[in-house]
Design a protein around this ligand. Structure first.
Ligand code: 4AD
Ligand code: MG
Length: 431
């Protein structure tokens, strides 16, 4: 007998098959009863009819509990009214493990904190399943995009000896006789990669000891970071918009069911074709002022500012050329105005905020040395980084895209903690 999964049921119309999984729910109407069954790939309704099912299976009516592990055998039938379009005429049910206590997560409403404390179980629910499957496709699309476009994967280390994005958000750890930090970004190592391979990327967890409790901040999040030699800020923006548009194409093609489960308005994700609007920080500032914002020039945009800005457009926008004082030490200055850094942020539509940060890097060794000093950073751990300017320095650029923020936007989830299997925030280390 074929052992199949729910997502592939359509290949087995009319056939008897075996499914292995768990009880999601049961209900009965008169002489028949129904088992809603999940196997991780989807949900299917099994119909248990006296005479058609074995006596043993039929006798399980009202005896199965939510999350009992069971193996079921039955015949696949087309049923347009059913989720997934198929139903199962049950023949046999084998209980692998019977749950004797009430399952903590019932169909009734639970608070977010309760659900997060039960994250190890909550992942089984339909909505969480859909989000994780979208995340999976986003990751796959990212890797495919870079692969197709000639990038080499160069993994950046997680233990590092220096800061990248400012010293206030570093996690310090004991590292034998000295201190190390959990990486905030793999960028600096990608700069070494780009000079060795031309175009590279890394994709892994990054850490920020941010004392921030917003719905956009995790202390551990995944970032994908491409870096390209002989690329300026304009071409960098082209790479960024192409990546985002590629991801959306793939997710829309592969995750229709998941997005439906999430009740995502898909029309808002369609037609995200490049070019995306590119505006300078100064233009963004003017736009905010015209809309009555109290935003002060020289600051970073807060969530409400980003929402006002993104609402002016129906695609993600790229804001470039920032006041250098609020950007990282490694950013190259605009040749037309030394107060501006060649940084770029991409802001997602619908108020989902910044999903990408990047820019063109300083490639002059004297200027870069001065900047490191100006930012009060120790020179010693950056010697290797300065070497990249000593030997074969070229204009180069790159960016980092936050995976969870991107998934949150695509899924339409309010809080990014639902977009990572086991979120880490200021107040959560378990499960
Ligand atoms: O803007 P950020 O800090 O840029 C960098 O780290 C650069 N070194 C990247 C590069 O150029 N290679 O972070 C990049 C992105 C943000 O746009 C956001 O999507 C995400 O990483 N991000 C976070 N996501 C979740 N929680 C946090 N605390 C995040 N901080 C940044
Ligand atoms: Mg940023």
């Amino acid at each position: 007998m074929d052992k199949v999964t729910i997502e592939n049921l359509s290949d087995y119309d009319g056939k008897e098959i075996e499914l292995r999984g768990w009880v999601y729910n049961t209900r009965s109407i008169g002489k028949i009863w129904f088992i809603i069954f999940r196997d991780g790939t989807g949900l299917v309704q099994g119909v248990v009819v006296k005479g058609e099912a074995s006596n043993e299976a039929f006798a399980l009516k009202q005896k199965l509990n939510q999350e009992d592990s069971v193996i079921i055998i039955g015949t696949v039938k087309k049923e347009p009214r059913s989720v997934g379009g198929y139903e199962l005429g049950i023949k046999d049910i084998t209980i692998v493990n019977h749950v004797t206590e009430e399952y903590p997560i019932s169909p009734k409403e639970h608070g977010a904190d309760f659900l997060m404390s039960n994250r190890h179980l909550w992942l089984r629910s339909k909505r969480q399943n859909a989000i994780m499957r979208v995340r999976h496709q986003v990751v796959k699309a990212i890797r495919d995009f870079f692969d197709i476009n000639g990038f080499t994967l160069i993994d950046s280390p997680i233990f590092t000896g220096n800061a990248v994005e400012g010293t206030t958000t570093l996690f310090e750890v004991d590292y034998f006789e000295r201190s190390a930090y959990l990486t905030q970004s793999g960028q600096l190592y990608q700069e070494a990669g780009a000079t060795a391979f031309g175009k590279t990327y890394c994709f892994g967890p990054t850490f920020r000891a941010e004392k921030s409790k917003t719905r956009r901040h995790l202390t551990e999040f995944w970032m994908v970071e491409p870096e390209m030699a002989y690329v300026d800020i304009d071409e960098n923006m082209t790479w960024a918009e192409n990546l985002v548009s590629y991801i959306l194409d793939k997710v829309l093609a592969k995750c229709k069911n998941e997005l439906n489960t999430l009740e995502r308005d898909i029309s808002k994700l369609e037609n995200m074709k490049p070019p995306f609007p590119r505006i300078t920080y100064d233009e963004a500032f003017k736009l905010l002022k015209e809309r009555g914002s109290t935003f002060e020039y020289g600051n970073d945009f807060g969530a409400p500012d980003e929402t006002i800005l993104s609402n002016q457009f129906d695609k993600p926008i790229m804001i470039h050329r920032w006041p250098a004082e609020i950007k990282a030490f490694y950013m190259k200055r605009d040749s037309g105005n030394n107060d501006l850094a060649l940084g770029v942020d991409m802001i997602a539509p619908e108020g989902y905020g910044e999903i990408i940060g990047g820019g063109q890097r300083e490639d002059n060794i004297e200027v870069l040395t001065k900047r490191i000093r100006h930012h009060d950073l120790p020179l010693e751990p950056f010697q290797w980084y300065l070497d990249l300017r000593k030997y074969g320095s070229v204009p180069h650029s790159g960016f980092g895209m936050g995976l969870e923020r991107t998934v949150a936007w695509i899924c339409g989830t309010k809080h990014i903690r639902e977009t990572i299997p086991f979120p880490r925030t200021m107040t959560r280390l378990e499960p």
